[in-house]
Design a protein around this ligand. Structure first.
Ligand code: SF4
Length: 417
């Protein structure tokens, strides 16, 4: 298991925001992230995947092969609006060019290893990428309406070792590339037959994205940002920034960057209201303590009453679920347009935590609600297919091991600190 990040020697617990908000800190995080870069998005025969390229990159490639830049617009439409995976389907492109493109490029999707649908209609995909690495994606339908959220992974494994999270017991293997992040959403759409992309407010099943699957998305910011820009592009998938939520354990310098550049919704895995406890539950707290995380939330530009910051709070019996904890939570987030998702803990073998009682959950929720914050108790979804929070991939990996199948790759070192 990777080591927990250590406190930076250059910063004290009550260090100022100014000491954090500098390019040096972001450059350091990016340099570390680059050590876990995904492999090139290409096939062994040299054909390159067009999914995951920015418009500018796509244009450069068209020019390289002697085509006019306007081909980008056509290809973008076919790839991201129509969902085409075959150049021969692109009826607005002449046959000779279709053939030329097919010789050089592919429009890829991750391979579907398994696809399971829960009794509550949650659907979990285990995807395999070209180098054999795997990650899980979950579609969680809304209970009332014909829509739902796609929970996407951003890394294979995770570096953060949050102690309540079974997924976090798997060390980081590598970051997912933009093609692999967009590809999860596109492959889920394939499964629901949701092409061409619905326009504007036309109802769609896969209506929101939550970056809450495996991994810390802000430790893979460049790939995540590129993927989200592709998904938000109005001439393709066209999902509004209001329909995308990134969940972080509190990588403060990158929260600022995400807010400034992407303006998507933010969810913060808070889980404790005292630093001594959060140091233990979310070890990243030793690097970015509660005070700095909350200050970054106050600065987050997309936060407003219409677009509240979500605080995720896992309810652990006798650990973080007292009424005093609830009151301190309310004090901490006072003045932030926010809601608090209370998550019942999902016990897993080897974990010493127990879920809070229903009575305690209700008491906690009431204090938060009485202070003016929505505090829904998030009931676990897809439990029968092991798709609930913190269970991603771990069970798939265990089942594969039990069946005598090897893991895809060796474990890697901590990339976070
Ligand atoms: S909760 Fe998220 S960030 Fe923490 S270990 Fe699990 S996957 Fe990683």
């Amino acid at each position: 298991m990777s080591a927990a990040p250590a406190t930076s020697p250059s910063r004290s617990r009550d260090g100022t925001a100014a000491s954090l908000l500098n390019d040096e800190e972001r450059a350091r995080i990016r340099a570390k992230s680059a050590q876990f870069a995904p492999p090139p998005a290409a096939l062994p025969d040299g054909r390159r995947d067009l999914v995951g390229l920015s418009r500018e990159e796509l244009t450069d490639i068209m020019v390289e092969i002697g085509e006019k830049p306007f081909r980008t617009k056509q290809l973008w439409h076919w790839i991201y609006h129509q969902g085409a995976t075959d150049f021969s389907r692109m009826s607005s492109i002449a046959r000779p060019l279709q053939e030329k493109l097919a010789e050089r490029f592919v429009i890829g999707r991750p391979g579907v290893v398994t696809e399971q649908t829960s009794q509550d209609s949650t659907r979990k995909f285990l995807f395999r990428f070209r180098d054999g690495q795997e990650a899980e994606t979950v579609y969680i339908p809304d209970r009332q309406e014909d829509r739902g959220a796609v929970c996407i992974s951003s890394q294979v494994g995770c570096t953060l070792s949050c102690t309540f999270c079974h997924t976090g017991t798997q060390a980081l293997v590598r970051n997912l590339g933009a093609a692999e992040i967009v590809g999860q959403f596109m492959a889920a759409r394939d499964s629901y037959g949701e092409w061409p992309s619905p326009k504007g407010e036309t109802p769609r099943l896969l209506s929101t994205i939550v970056l809450m699957g495996m991994g810390e998305p802000l430790y893979n910011y460049d790939n995540v940002a590129k993927a989200m820009r592709i998904i938000m592009d109005g001439e393709g998938i066209g999902l509004s920034r209001r329909r995308i939520t990134l969940s972080t354990s509190g990588v403060v310098p990158m929260m600022d960057q995400c807010g400034a550049e992407l303006g998507i919704n933010l969810a913060v895995s808070l889980h404790a209201v005292r630093d001594d406890l959060r140091d233990e539950i979310v070890p990243l707290n030793r690097k970015y303590p509660i005070r700095e995380v909350i200050a970054a939330c106050r600065r987050y530009p997309a936060a407003s009453n219409a677009r509240r910051i979500t605080f995720e709070y896992i309810m652990l019996r006798g650990i973080n679920d007292s009424e005093a904890d609830a009151r301190e939570l309310v004090r901490l987030i006072s003045g932030i347009p926010a809601k608090v998702n209370l998550i019942p803990f999902n016990p897993w073998p080897g974990s010493s935590y127990r879920p809070s009682t229903r009575e305690q959950l209700d008491r906690f929720a009431k204090i938060v609600m009485d202070a003016g914050f929505a505090s829904p108790i998030r009931m676990p979804r897809g439990r029968d297919i092991l798709a609930a929070c913190g269970q991603l991939r771990t069970e798939s990996q265990r089942l594969r091991r039990a069946a005598g199948q090897p893991d895809a790759a060796p474990e890697a070192e901590d990339a976070g600190a």
